[in-house]
Design a protein around this ligand. Structure first.
Ligand code: S3P
Length: 173
C-alpha cells in the first residue's frame, strides 16, 4: 500500500503539539484532518475531563479504541490522537497497519511549560506537573517506539515540523 492510500497519523505525549501540527499539515497536504479526542467528546456530549471523572479511565480507553477503529475505515486522513492512544497493543497494531505514524516528542520541561494552567487533561491535574509528565513518559516511552518517524517539536518551529513531515510524506508516496 503506498503512502497516499494510508492515513498520516500523529501520536505523542500531551502537549507535543499534535493538534497544532495536524491542522497545519492538513492545509499543507490538502488532506482532511480528524482528531480522535474531538470525536470522542462529540460522541459523549461531554468533555473528556468530565467523562474521566464520571466513568473513569478504562471506560475512556474503550471508547478511544472504538473511535480509532471507525476513523481508520475512512479515506486517507491526517489523524491526530490522544497521548494515551498508544497504550493498547491493539491500537498500535491498527495504526501501524492503516497509517504512516509520526511520533511528536518534546522534553518534559517544555511540555510542562506548555501545559501549565491546563485544566482539560485529567491525568495532569494537581501539583508537580513536570514530575507527572516524566513519570508518564517513563511508563510510555517504549509504546511510542513503533512510529515510522519522529520529530522533536521542542527544537523546531511549527512551520519546520510541518515542512519536514510533508517532505517525508511526499518522499514515501
Ligand atoms: C491523554 C491525552 C489527552 C486525552 C486524555 C488522555 C493521555 O489527549 O486523550 O486526556 O492519556 O495522554 P492529548 O494528548 O491531545 O492531550
Amino acid at each position: 500500500m503506498g503512502a497516499q492510500e494510508k492515513h498520516l497519523i500523529l501520536i505523542g505525549m500531551m502537549g507535543t503539539g499534535k493538534s497544532t501540527i495536524g491542522r497545519a499539515l492538513a492545509q499543507e497536504l490538502r488532506m482532511p484532518w480528524v482528531d480522535t479526542d474531538e470525536l470522542i467528546e462529540k460522541r459523549l456530549q461531554m468533555s473528556i475531563a468530565s467523562f474521566f471523572q464520571k466513568e473513569g479511565e478504562p471506560a475512556f480507553r474503550q471508547i478511544e479504541t472504538e473511535i480509532l477503529q471507525q476513523v481508520l475505515q475512512r479515506s486517507p486522513h491526517i489523524i491526530t490522537t490522544g497521548g494515551g492512544m498508544v497504550l493498547k497493543q491493539e491500537n498500535r497494531d491498527q495504526m501501524k497497519e492503516h497509517g504512516w505514524v509520526i511520533c511528536l516528542t518534546a522534553q518534559p520541561e517544555i511540555l510542562a511549560k506548555r501545559l501549565h494552567n491546563d485544566h482539560s487533561r485529567p491525568l495532569l491535574q494537581g501539583k508537580q506537573l513536570q514530575a507527572k509528565i516524566e513519570q508518564l513518559w517513563q511508563e510510555r516511552a517504549e509504546k511510542y517506539q513503533f512510529a515510522d518517524w519522529q520529530i522533536d517539536t521542542g527544537r523546531h518551529s511549527v512551520r519546520e515540523v510541518v515542512n519536514q513531515i510533508a517532505e517525508q510524506w511526499k518522499g514515501i508516496g
